[in-house]
Ligand binder design. Structure first.
Ligand code: NAP
Length: 318
């Protein structure tokens, strides 16, 4: 021990200078080229001008989709609203009348490939371009997987996966031409499976795979593909989701994000060409825990079967 102390302490004249053994103060090393390339890519900021850009948002006759449409319209974009119900779409166009003819709607069921093809063709015929596609149409469910009617599995899978895949498939050549963006609206249930949201979780996870593959295939064409993982967001008062038997049920849980915050997040992703955004501090915490302490995340989640119990309680009271 004494000899170690001695080796750490040398005498220079009357001064005692502490030295750290074996650590050389060499000039700072440059990061390897691939890392510096990564850093440069992350820091790049592109000035984004939404003015005159054509933005198609699926499932925008209400809820988060409608708020996203309002936000892009406020910033000067031309909006194409979508949903299945023409009356509700007309109501939303009316609500947005202050934006004049920069808001247009196209009723289509996103689970039908031919309707999606026709919708994209109609957008190109009207505007000659498409800059942003937001795959927002979605349907949620509650209930234990063992209780789910197969029709729930079918609907949730079709709307959330096929309903994002078909519009994207037909929009890609226009997005390549405009070097545009496709944003997939996912959920924190798309990061991690929770009790009570099994098939919804599976469908939202599939969007990550789709977005990553599109990025791999088309980033060199200038297409940006991003996924937004939303936390529980405020709902329109009349919104329902599917119960385990397929019957509509209301959601009683308190929201942690407003529709406006969700819309702002979509806009930021397009502006900054972000690949993944997780909303709320708890969402970010979940991602961190899931990545670094998966066993602890598991332990916490296994203690909570809240969604299943809520769904069973609500179902039996209907
Ligand atoms: N709200 C939340 O807490 C929350 C949390 C995480 C993620 N998300 C996701 O955010 C997105 C929007 O949620 P939201 O709460 O705003 O939903 P919402 O209020 O239920 O609105 C859904 C929209 O999608 C349309 N839609 C449904 N099925 C469709 C189909 N087959 N073809 C075309 N349009 C269809 C609906 O119009 P029609 O019925 O007229 O077709 C409506 O405009 C969804 O992808 C959802 O999974 C929501």
């Amino acid at each position: 021990m004494k000899s170690l102390q001695k080796s750490l302490t040398t005498t220079r004249g009357n001064d005692h200078v502490r030295q750290t053994p074996h650590i050389r103060t060499s000039p700072r090393r440059r990061p390897p080229p691939e890392l510096s390339l990564l850093r440069r890519t992350r820091r790049t900021t592109v000035s984004y001008d939404p003015n005159g850009k054509v933005v198609l948002i699926t499932g925008s006759s209400r809820g988060i989709g409608r708020e996203t449409a309002v936000l892009f319209a406020e910033r000067g974009a031309k909006i194409v609203l979508n949903g299945r119900d023409p009356a509700r779409l007309a109501e939303t166009v009316e609500r947005m009348h202050s934006f004049g003819d920069s808001v247009w709607s196209y009723p289509a069921d996103v689970t039908d490939p031919e309707q999606c093809r026709a919708m994209i063709d109609a957008v190109i015929a009207r505007y000659g371009r498409l800059d942003v596609l937001v795959n927002n149409a979605g349907v949620s469910m509650r209930g234990a997987f063992a209780d789910l009617d197969p029709s729930v599995i079918d609907s949730v899978t079709r709307v959330n996966i096929l309903g994002a895949a078909y519009p994207t498939r037909f929009a890609l050549s226009a997005l390549r031409a405009s070097r545009g963006s496709v944003v997939f609206i996912s959920s924190l249930a798309g990061v991690r499976g929770f009790a009570g949201v099994s098939i919804y979780s599976a469908a939202k996870m599939a969007l990550t795979g789709l977005a990553e593959s599109i990025h791999a295939e088309h980033h060199s064409d200038g297409v940006h593909a991003g996924v937004l993982f939303l936390a529980f967001t405020e709902n329109d008062p009349d919104k329902t989701i599917m119960g385990p038997d397929g019957a509509p049920m209301r959601i009683t849980r308190k929201a942690s994000t407003t529709q406006r915050q969700a819309a702002e997040a979509v806009y930021r992703m397009v502006e900054r060409r972000t690949r993944k955004t997780y909303l709320t501090a708890s969402g970010k915490y979940l991602v961190f825990m899931q990545r670094h302490f998966p066993w602890l995340t598991d332990a916490v989640i296994l203690r909570s079967k809240g969604s299943i119990h809520r769904a069973r309680r609500q179902n039996s009271s209907q």
